[in-house]
Design a protein around this ligand. Structure first.
Ligand code: AHR
Length: 332
């Protein structure tokens, strides 16, 4: 049976190079075929990635590719360009190809039932990486590995409470929202608001989506600066949008980190540099290096071991009050 599946995969590969694999390019497919011909037991993983919208994402992709390759696993990688439809198509192709497991970082939380039921029927386990889904059917995936976004939002709120301890004046907050309907944006917004509602003088005066992208963060911040004169705080759901927003502020003579207090999430090197320059006040880390944990869990799952349902990675907080010389180079 295993041999038949193996032959089917090879035929699929030969036929499919013009279709699914166009999404990620056909580079390396010959070597993949060679490897499969040599070793029919090579584990094949399908990875439906969100896109390439941020430095965080590039580092996350690299981490998963490196971890799979270190274990000798084949990775069919799809960059879905932030579109759920592309991820659904990719998953259907992974099913047709009969991969051993599917790694899915869902762009948004809802709308996965049909395709994940198809994976379930095909007996292909699904591991959610980085982002979560909302579903009434818990058996649609085996495990989630990533950050606790709700906790990240709460940590952002805690910083703000500390920063403005004792203030009675109104504090006007602008929220740069990530992708609408995505688990990081929803969790970060909810956690933040839960904490700041304890201070009645904290007001979110404007919340707009920059889709986690630098260019949109800049564009939206420009519009917001035109519309609102009195902004005290920017809470941004990721560093890419924050770096764009900082550019927008500086272009009109606003001093980021001083005239407007900035809280951001991810912790990439450029934002740590900005923290050191006093342009950012608080950075909540979101660790993109999920590859080793995901590959280890996948191996255990394929061996038939029980694996945990949820694995949250540890995230740190860096603030203007810390000894910033102690922060190790970030590598992303
Ligand atoms: O899902 C994680 C978020 O997605 C990261 O914070 C962001 O940079 C990325 O685009």
């Amino acid at each position: 049976m295993r041999k038949i599946l193996h032959m089917q995969r090879i035929i699929f590969l030969m036929l499919g190079c013009g279709g699914l694999l166009m999404l990620s390019g056909c580079q390396g497919e010959n070597s993949r075929l060679d490897q499969q011909l040599k070793d029919e037991r090579t584990v094949v993983l399908g990875f439906a990635q969100v896109g390439a919208e941020s430095s965080w994402r590039l580092s996350n992709t690299q981490s998963i590719k490196e971890a799979a390759s270190a274990e000798g696993m084949q990775l069919m990688y799809i960059n879905a360009e932030q579109k759920q439809d592309n991820q659904i198509k990719a998953i259907r192709s992974f099913i047709a190809y009969q991969v051993d497991a599917i790694l899915l970082s869902p762009v948004i939380e809802t709308g996965w039932e049909n395709v994940l039921n198809e994976a379930k029927l095909a007996d292909i386990p699904v591991i959610l990486t980085d982002r979560e889904i909302k579903t009434e059917q818990p058996d649609l995936y085996r495990c989630f590995v990533g950050s606790d976004f709700h906790k990240e939002g709460k940590m952002a709120g805690e910083f703000l409470k500390k920063k403005f301890k004792g203030y009675k004046e109104e504090i006007n907050i602008v929220e740069l929202y990530g992708t609408i309907g995505s688990s990081p944006a929803e969790g970060r917004s909810r956690g933040f608001k839960e904490v700041i509602k304890e201070n009645p003088n904290f007001r979110v005066i404007c919340s707009r989506s920059g889709d986690f992208m630098h260019s949109k963060g800049k564009e939206i911040m420009k519009d917001i600066l035109d519309e609102y004169q009195d902004i005290d705080v920017l809470y941004s759901h990721n560093d890419s949008m924050t770096l764009g927003a900082i550019e927008a502020m500086e272009e009109v003579g606003i001093r980021p980190g001083k005239d407007i207090i900035i809280i951001t999430i991810d912790g990439e090197q450029k934002i740590i540099d900005a923290l050191k320059q006093g342009k950012v006040n608080c950075v909540i880390e979101c660790n993109p290096k999920l590859g080793d944990t995901i590959v280890d869990l996948t191996k255990r799952l394929l061996k038939g071991e029980n694996i945990p349902r949820t694995v949250f990675v540890e995230d740190m907080v860096f603030t203007e009050w810390d000894d910033l010389s102690l922060i190790a180079p970030r590598g992303y």
